[in-house]
Design a protein around this ligand. Structure first.
Ligand code: GAP
Length: 461
């Protein structure tokens, strides 16, 4: 099914109904743009993060992991440039009181990219191009203001003795400030990467599109350090981009046609980047950013070295010299990857009574790989089905469901993306065989219970 034909409303409803993602704080009327991952969504997130860690950390001798704190010394964010530069242009409509990203409404209405322009220049574009409020249609805006995205909070328990601190706006900075520790403790040689998965927070002006843009989200980032005199950065950049694509297509199972690369124009680059290429995904609301890869040069280590007074260079033994490592940063949004995986896997087939909804997850991402379904709740079937379930639990992610008709249970498992259903029927009691139904083809095969683990093991290896 074409992603453009999929409706976000259907996907949001399925996510809530089946336990992937719920609106946050719902019993108190919710909190806009916050989302909670339910039993199936949290399992999927675990699967994704475990696969990412395996793919980039465990299987690569040139990468190591890190789990740094969310709170950091505020000097980190001053040195990194986030306090001064990490902002979006904001306007308020004086007529209907709605708030907008000035760059977004200008791009949508006048097709002009305002990246790098001053607030005064943006004001002039709004006036000269007659940009209107997307909500009420009036041309009655406040002057443009730069709105910093860092979330500020207070540290300390005593009133009057509290200090301001930021929730981290990206996980990357935790890696840069630990560069020296990692170098000394792991004794890694350049080139090497440091990988981290964790929460990041941004005071977004226009969050929305379900989990696509939220205030609190999870990132999976890599800072890949190298010696620019020894390594061709463009070659390295392409290699890392290739690994990112391989992860997205083989581990998440995203279809090639729903991914495209977008290189940022020079004026659109972040304050730290010399080249950035995004992978955009074809969401139901159009192609939008999924991940990014940026060449950050030695910007971060150099600025942290200057601000902290610490030596953050790397000693090249052969040449007997200290070099300032450069860095290429593949950065992934975990929530966007979950959303993209659900959207890409969503499919409908058949008509009327025969219609079914299927999430065509692969073995890595499916919350459950297998479901054990006794034909009825009768004890004589439970005594056969329960031990099968217990045995399979050691090797696979398994659900057990004995309520409702078998047809309805197949449909439910299709809707949550379970790859194989094992039906235990009355014949199973005597012939010690079960029926294995494959989700996509719906083909069924009788398999001896004794061979089930190795049979499924081959399919899910
Ligand atoms: N360290 C580089 C960095 O943070 P970014 O493009 O701002 O770069 C990286 O963010 C990824 O984080 C994005 O590609 C996206 O997947 C995810 N992301 C960024 N802002 C987000 C938000 N408000 N909500 C959900 N995901 C977000």
């Amino acid at each position: 099914m074409d992603n453009n034909k999929k409706s976000m409303e259907t996907i949001v409803n399925l996510c809530k109904g089946r336990g992937f993602v719920y609106p946050g704080s719902e019993i108190y009327g919710g909190l806009a743009n916050t989302w909670d991952y339910g039993p199936l969504g949290s399992q999927m997130k675990m699967n994704l993060k475990a696969e990412w860690w395996k793919f980039f950390v465990q299987k690569r001798p040139d990468m190591v992991g890190l789990d740094s704190a969310i709170f950091m010394n505020p000097k980190v964010w001053e040195a990194s440039g986030h306090v001064a530069n990490f902002s979006d242009p904001l306007v308020d409509c004086k007529s209907c009181k709605s708030r907008h990203r000035a760059d977004h409404i200008i791009e949508a209405q006048a097709d002009i990219d305002v990246e790098g322009k001053t607030t005064q220049e943006i004001d002039e574009i709004i006036a000269s191009k007659g940009v209107k409020c997307p909500k009420c249609g009036e041309k009655n805006f406040t002057p443009v203001r730069k709105f910093n995205l860092l979330f500020e909070t207070l540290l300390g328990v005593i009133e009057g003795d509290k200090s301001s601190i930021y929730l981290r706006g990206e996980t990357a900075q935790g890696i840069f400030v630990n560069f020296k520790n990692i170098l000394q403790s792991s004794r890694k040689k350049l080139p090497f990467g440091v990988c981290q998965i964790g929460k990041a927070f941004r005071n977004e002006i226009t969050p929305g599109n379900f989990t696509f843009r939220t205030l609190e989200f999870e990132q999976a980032e890599i800072e890949y350090f190298f010696n620019p005199a020894k390594q061709d950065w463009e070659k390295l950049f392409d290699e890392l981009l290739g690994s990112m694509k391989e992860f997205l297509t083989t581990r998440l199972g995203l279809k090639d046609e729903n991914l495209r690369e977008l290189e940022h124009a020079k004026e659109k680059l972040s304050h730290y980047s010399k080249k950035t290429v995004d992978f955009e995904f074809n969401y139901p609301f159009g192609f939008k950013e999924l991940t990014g890869c940026a060449y950050r040069t030695d910007f971060d280590l150099a600025t942290h070295s200057k601000a902290s007074g610490q030596d953050l260079t790397y000693y090249e033994q052969e040449a007997n010299e200290h070099v300032a490592p450069h860095v290429i940063e593949p950065s992934f949004g975990v929530d966007r990857m979950i959303l993209a995986t659900i959207v890409d896997a969503y499919d409908e087939e058949g008509e009327g009574e025969e219609k079914r909804t299927v999430l065509r997850f692969n073995k890595y991402m499916a919350p459950y790989q297998v479901a054990v379904l006794p034909l009825s709740k009768k004890d004589e079937l439970s005594v056969v089905a329960q031990p099968i379930f217990n045995t399979l639990l050691d090797s696979f992610r398994v659900d057990y469901d004995e309520t409702q008709s078998i047809g309805k249970r197949y449909r439910r498992q299709d809707e949550i993306g379970t790859l194989y259903c094992i039906t235990v029927d009355f014949d199973s009691i005597n012939d010690h065989m079960v029926t294995v139904r494959e989700r996509d083809s719906m083909k069924q095969e009788r398999v001896p219970i004794a061979e089930l683990v190795s049979y499924l093991g081959k399919l899910l290896a």
